[in-house]
Design a protein around this ligand. Structure first.
Ligand SMILES: Cc1ncc(COP(=O)(O)O)c(C=O)c1O
Length: 378
């Protein structure tokens, strides 16, 4: 096996945020301290709760000459295999508020729906999940196994959301959506508060100050929930770097534009959970001034990164990291291999980098396919 020299690991687009102005107060005005603290208090009382591991990618930090690289391994989250388990399920608990005779509904690319289905099952609530034609049968089955009715809709994610809204209105179902729009902000805020639990856990898992955090973005919920967690819990504010697929760089384009910009996705990325054309309203309020830099990458190194994680190339441990876990690692490596970007990001021998390993083999079929493709490349 040849050792990678990472020569062909590239950033497609780099952007510095000219409106950067990190303000804890402004962030916690959008997602309040009460929301964030309550989410941790409630979720940490769930019977199966356990903090996910914070793994040192010690081999990679040595190779890149950095102080530390920490990888938050969300493949271990409640057996649901992604950080999304923290958001949707928590919102179901809060919204249902002890009621038993309601039906929960959502539209999903997979991980959010699995969380909502699990949250509904825990509380004995009926659950309807709307999926587009792009969501795999494997992911649909995982939601069915959790007792949800899964309804497949012709078209893309947006079409599944429209159908979900329409049927929910007709039938009086309670929508638990992770995306915000005008007058629909409470549930997305609850999901983001759930995601901030990752950051709370990190504060007890290392005493090193994090200098840089790479946050993957789809509609921006995970990134904004993490930023709110940072504003609430961290003493020092790290550089915040958003990572997106080059074909779905809606946060980058919005930061560049100074206001939300919808983009047309011409080709769906393998990073399915991140293949989104528009940043959500509540995340935007948080991200617009708190993000330092935006990066986009192609799908080219995803399979290889998955294989390298699985074969202990980055850490002493084998790590199960899926298609949306790879981009943090890819963009860190690509940034370090580009002197200009490395300097602009101020990454150096003293850096303590935080990466979010946001999913494991949540879609086992896709994971196994990418893993075997990747093994041939390392
Ligand atoms: C595994 C994974 N990572 C990242 C994301 C992106 O999160 P967000 O849409 O909150 O930005 C998603 C969204 O579904 C996901 O499932």
């Amino acid at each position: 096996m040849s050792k990678s020299n990472y020569l062909d690991w590239k950033i497609t687009k780099y952007l510095a945020n000219k409106n950067y102005n990190f303000s804890r107060d402004q962030i916690l005005e959008t997602l309040s301290k009460n929301f964030i603290d309550e989410a941790y208090n409630k979720i940490s009382e769930w019977p199966s709760y356990e903090a996910t591991p914070l793994i040192s990618l010690n081999k990679l930090s040595k190779e890149l000459n950095l102080n530390n690289i920490f990888y938050k391994d969300e493949s271990k989250r409640f057996g649901l295999k992604s950080f999304k388990a923290l958001g949707g399920a928590y919102a179901v608990e809060k919204i249902s508020n002890g009621k038993k005779n309601i039906t929960i509904a959502t539209a999903t690319a997979g991980n959010h729906g699995r969380s909502v289905a699990w949250g509904s099952q825990r509380l004995g609530l009926k659950c309807k999940i709307f999926i587009s034609e792009f969501v795999s049968e494997y992911r649909a089955n995982e939601m069915k196994k959790l007792g949800a009715d899964v309804i497949r809709v012709k078209g893309n994610y947006e079409a599944s959301l429209i159908e979900c809204l329409d049927q929910s209105k007709k039938n009086g179902w309670q929508i638990v959506q992770d995306v915000a729009w005008k007058d629909y902000e409470l549930v997305p805020k609850l999901t983001m508060a759930g995601y901030s639990v990752m950051i709370k856990e990190i504060t007890t898992q290392t005493d090193q100050y994090i200098t840089h955090v790479f946050l993957q973005a789809g509609v921006g919920g995970m990134a904004a929930g993490s930023v709110a967690g940072i504003a609430n819990y961290f003493k020092r504010i790290p550089k915040i770097i958003i990572v997106e697929p080059e074909t779905a760089d809606c946060v980058l384009q919005s930061i560049k534009n100074g206001s939300i910009k919808k983009i047309n996705i011409k080709k769906e990325s393998i990073m399915g959970g991140m293949s989104c054309g528009e940043v959500s309203l509540v995340p935007w309020k948080i991200l617009k001034n708190s993000v330092d830099f935006c990066l986009s990458i192609s799908d080219d190194q995803i399979a290889k990164t998955i294989a390298m994680l699985a074969n202990s190339k980055f850490a002493n441990k084998k790590i199960v990291g899926g298609e949306c876990s790879a981009p943090g690692i890819i963009s860190l490596i690509a940034s370090c291999k580009n002197n200009d970007i490395k300097e602009k990001l101020d990454i150096n021998i003293n850096s303590n980098i935080l990466l979010i390993g946001c999913e494991g083999n949540a879609d086992e079929n896709l994971y196994n396919k990418l893993l075997s493709e990747g093994i041939n490349q390392i």
